[in-house]
Ligand binder design. Structure first.
Ligand SMILES: Nc1ncnc2c1ncn2[C@@H]1O[C@H](COP(=O)(O)OP(=O)(O)OP(=O)(O)O)[C@@H](O)[C@H]1O
Ligand SMILES: [Mg+2]
Length: 294
């Protein structure tokens, strides 16, 4: 099970939505993390052969996915960021409809749709119309439709968008469960969505994939340390300008800042353990000074 990207590039006019992306993926969960416009959807659409790279190639077990045609689509499941559906179909009928487009046999489709509805916790709502589902329910059905053909490669574009914290947790568990014997790529801009379930984290910015590896490796590669320090309230703005500041917690005497910096920001600052949020802030965050320029 090997999906290889070699110099994959997508150019839209002057914009390189994907810029020479090279990486290899195997079994497991890959969390694609990046801010709006980073190129996540573009990359995923290329993985799903919805669009073609302007340059470079994508290989599945050594074969170019463009050349594989329907053989590739048979092993692929895709939840688009915005997925279309017929609003008046019931959940169950919608799944049967997608199954028929995928060319699945009717009796298999009925069995599989029932099994998946159970798996994604939507059994109770199988007769509810698609238009009457909540955001979380819709995402569950979205995952179920992507799983109908029991894909080897499952691509989920922002599957947790718009979900409440409880739903997010249930989703993480569901995705972990579905990831056995599969390659799952999921995109998000929320660190906690992937912190516990992704074997590998992929950081994307301006079309470039600038980091792939485990969360531990990512934290180890950070040269910056994370500090907690209490400062008087009137100095908070100054620290915000001069340092990369994560959390700010109001205290009796001022504020406790979580600062990401190579050097100790104040004499009293205590080093604390880094987490993925800190890494996200370091690679994607802005200091308040930079924000003012926008
Ligand atoms: N069809 C298109 N034509 C022109 N430009 C496009 C097209 N699709 C994407 N882009 C541009 O490519 C860049 C990457 O977009 P993309 O949708 O891949 O980002 P994303 O990481 O998925 O963002 P989001 O988190 O908002 O979903 C953006 O600058 C976007 O405007
Ligand atoms: Mg997107």
């Amino acid at each position: 099970m090997k999906l290889e990207l070699k110099n994959v590039t997508k150019q839209y006019g002057k914009v390189k939505a994907a810029d020479h992306i090279t990486c290899t993926m195997g079994k497991g969960v890959y969390g694609l993390l990046g801010v709006n416009g980073a190129g996540k959807t573009t990359l995923m659409r290329m993985l799903c052969t919805i669009i073609q790279p302007s340059e470079g190639e994508i290989l599945w077990n050594g074969k170019n996915i463009q050349d594989m045609g329907s053989e590739y689509r048979e092993i692929l499941g895709y939840l688009p960021q915005e997925f279309g559906y017929y609003p008046d179909l019931s959940v169950y009928d919608y799944l049967l409809y997608v199954a028929s487009i995928k060319g699945l046999h009717h009796s298999y489709a009925r069995k599989k749709a029932t099994q998946l509805l159970r798996q994604v916790g939507m059994e109770k709502f199988r007769e509810r119309k698609m238009k009457n589902l909540s955001g979380g329910m819709l995402r569950r059905v979205g995952i179920a439709q992507a799983m109908l053909n029991d894909p080897r490669i499952l691509v989920l574009d922002e599957p947790t968008a718009g979900l409440d914290p409880n739903e997010r947790i249930r989703f993480r568990n569901l995705i972990s469960e579905l990831s056995e014997e599969r390659l799952v790529v999921l995109s998000t801009h929320i660190v906690s969505d992937i912190e516990y379930i992704a074997n590998d984290i992929m950081l994307m910015k301006d079309g470039k994939l600038f980091y792939t590896g485990t969360a531990e490796e990512l934290l180890d590669s950070m040269k910056e340390k994370v500090w907690l320090c209490e400062v008087p309230r009137k100095l908070v703005d100054r620290y915000m300008k001069n340092y990369l500041v994560g959390n700010i917690r109001t205290t009796e005497h001022g504020a406790e800042l979580r600062i990401i910096a190579k050097e100790r920001p104040t004499q009293e600052a205590a080093e604390t353990e880094k987490n993925l949020e800190d890494a996200f802030l370091l690679y994607f965050g802005e200091r308040s000074e930079e924000k003012k320029d926008v």
